[in-house]
Design a protein around this ligand. Structure first.
Ligand SMILES: *[C@@H]1O[C@H](CO)[C@@H](O)[C@H](O)[C@H]1NC(C)=O
Ligand SMILES: *[C@@H]1O[C@H](CO)[C@@H](O)[C@H](O)[C@H]1NC(C)=O
Ligand SMILES: *[C@@H]1O[C@H](CO)[C@@H](O)[C@H](O)[C@H]1NC(C)=O
Ligand SMILES: [Cu+2]
Length: 554
């Protein structure tokens, strides 16, 4: 308490954000909604001092709230987000594939199937520096899957210091009228924004990026649900509630159980499953992932604490950093509801980007492997640390069935922007949370390191971003650009990065084109290519070397 006071006195200009008492009733974040087809909202990234009962930390938040406001749009809406960066210079240290520029930001709408090009969901070239702003303009498709998404900063090298330190907002695509069954539509609906504030990791990232804002009075991780520590949701016995779980923490895997409450899976990563109600004991949530469940809790026994139904997390297995402990409680109180059994329900139609891609009849037009962090102890994708927004790992043809053979998924949370992907086989481990045919945009499975997934490259061309959503890994280079361009088999490239290095080289050496002797030109290019390829390899080795030194973190 005293140190919190000192910190507050030392930084009088910071807005103070007080956390509610431990165990207080679950808060709902303020909502920003669309009107007449347009959601026009502002996210202002500002410094703030977050003060809890026994700790405090200074950080960057959206609109001086933790979490940021909940944005709710309808399918077919236009979403305008004015990102206003209220942080100041100095910008901090610049670095490649390390923590950098903690006051530089941008925005990613995680899970939305919207254009990956500016002014929409472009995350490499769109940079919002200190005291700058940018209006993002997204057209939500009319048939967009209703569900639970989120928005967070995505500037390479500063995602841990921003998203990982509280700057994140839930983003919901509402169910159109008549879309749900009457039973589902009538359930109380709650967003649970699960945020981990990993104070030791933030301290490391702050030091590396020469950040001057982050300070914490504690060195243990803080877990928040809608900005509260172990909050309580009071429910009537036997009444069904819809819970939208957003894993906005950036470092841990969650393996959640719900006490004696009954839980059925409804959707993952904003996409309804085909076989609701699917009964589950556990919800597996990697950094970035979402799950929607419906839950009902039994009346408490006489001798039972009425807060006994605790949503808590366990360690699923060795070798992955998971949170172990309570997050949230149900207080079961009041008159028992005559909660009817759940009726099966699924969407009547699916948009073109979510058509079933399983089975013999669907042949992939392009099939590539994507290894997460395998080989030589480095955290890389397909053996490459991030080498730039145009250093594409893969090229996928447009309007094609793309297939990816993923590996390293036991250790890393694979996230793909723009196009969600479908599991082609039920993973090993018999966890009913995962089934062939399910869709994800963020996927990790401690029981099965490999997965064959497919996605449809419909609706958009352009950059596609893939990365590990354990954002420390991403900031340190476990991120890659891919591209959807061209059509047909000629537009399928699984090792484009090697090829692209030479293409880049030719483009950069335009002055050579004045040489008319074709033989000389060719010879000099081969020599240059060899020289620069050597440079590139040395550069990559150097980065991997410095990466490995940092790799001891989570
Ligand atoms: C969005 O709001 C800003 C002011 O907050 C206004 O200037 C702008 O015209 C609005 N845009 C649309 C499309 O409504
Ligand atoms: C990052 O890498 C690029 C390309 O190799 C280089 O031009 C730039 O100077 C590097 N930046 C820093 C801060 O090291
Ligand atoms: C970032 O912005 C904050 C708040 O305006 C400021 O205190 C800090 O000095 C700035 N620079 C760095 C590198 O933290
Ligand atoms: Cu990772």
């Amino acid at each position: 308490m005293f140190s919190a006071l000192c910190l507050a006195l030392a930084r009088p200009l910071l807005a103070e954000v007080r956390l509610p008492p431990v165990g207080a009733e679950l808060r709902e974040a303020p909502v920003l909604r669309s009107e007449a087809g347009v959601a026009n909202v502002s996210l202002r990234l500002r410094p703030a001092n977050v003060v809890g009962s026994d700790m405090s930390f200074s950080t960057r938040l959206y609109n001086e709230m933790i979490p940021g406001p909940t944005i709710i749009v309808q399918p077919g809406d236009r979403l305008l987000v004015n990102v206003i960066n209220d942080l100041e210079v100095p910008a901090g240290k610049a670095a490649n594939n390390s923590y950098q520029l903690p006051n530089t930001t941008n925005l990613h709408v995680h899970g939305l199937h919207v254009s990956p090009s500016a002014p929409a969901d472009e995350v490499f070239f769109t940079v919002v520096g200190p005291k700058q702003s940018n209006v993002y303009d997204y057209q939500i498709p009319a048939d967009h899957s209703p569900g639970t998404y989120w928005a967070h900063p995505h500037h390479h090298g500063s995602t841990v210091m921003q998203s990982g330190a509280g700057a994140a907002s839930p983003l919901l695509v509402a169910d159109p009228p008549g879309f749900l069954s009457e039973q589902l539509a009538s359930m109380p609906d709650h967003v649970l924004m699960l945020q981990n504030i990993p104070l030791p990791l933030l301290d490391t990232a702050a030091k590396a990026s020469e950040d001057q804002l982050f300070h914490a009075s504690s060195t243990t991780d803080l877990w928040l649900v809608n900005g509260g520590q172990q909050p309580t949701l009071t429910v009537k016995p036997n009444k069904w509630h819809r819970l939208r779980l957003v894993m906005a923490g950036v470092a841990n895997w969650l393996y959640l159980s719900f006490g004696r409450c009954e839980v059925a899976l409804l959707a993952k990563d904003g996409i309804y499953i085909e076989d609701f109600p699917r009964w589950i004991q556990r919800v597996s949530l990697p950094p970035g992932g979402r799950a929607e469940v419906v839950a009902r809790c039994p009346k408490s026994n006489e001798d039972e604490d009425s807060r006994e139904q605790v949503l808590s997390s366990a360690a699923p297995s060795a070798g992955v950093r998971s949170y172990v402990g309570p997050l949230f409680s149900f207080r079961v109180a009041g008159v028992t509801e005559n909660g009817r059994d759940l009726e099966p329900w699924k969407p009547r139609t699916r948009p073109s980007y979510l058509q079933d891609l399983r089975g013999e009849l669907t042949q992939p037009d392009c099939s590539c492997k994507t290894a997460m962090g395998l080989g030589a102890g480095t955290r890389s994708i397909d053996g490459h640390i991030f080498q730039g927004a145009k250093a594409y790992l893969h090229q996928w043809p447009r309007d094609a069935v793309a297939e990816r053979h993923l590996s390293g998924l036991n250790k890393h949370s694979f996230h793909q922007h723009t196009w969600p992907f479908q599991l082609q086989e039920t993973p090993a481990g018999n966890d009913p949370f995962f089934k062939a045919g399910d869709w994800h945009d963020t996927y990790q499975n401690v029981l099965d390191a490999e997965a064959r997934v497919r996605f449809s490259t419909v609706d958009f061309s352009g950059a596609e971003v893939v990365h590990c959503h354990a954002l420390a890994h991403s900031d340190q280079g476990m991120i890659g650009a891919e591209v959807v361009a061209g059509r047909g088999p000629a537009a399928c490239h699984c090792d484009l990065l090697g090829e692209a290095k030479e293409t880049d080289l030719l483009a950069d050496q335009t002055s050579l084109s004045i040489l008319t002797a074709a033989g000389l030109l060719c010879l000099s290019m081969v020599v240059l290519a060899a020289l620069i390829a050597g440079q590139v390899v040395r550069q990559a080795r150097r980065l991997e070397g410095s990466y490995a030194a940092l790799a001891e973190g989570p």
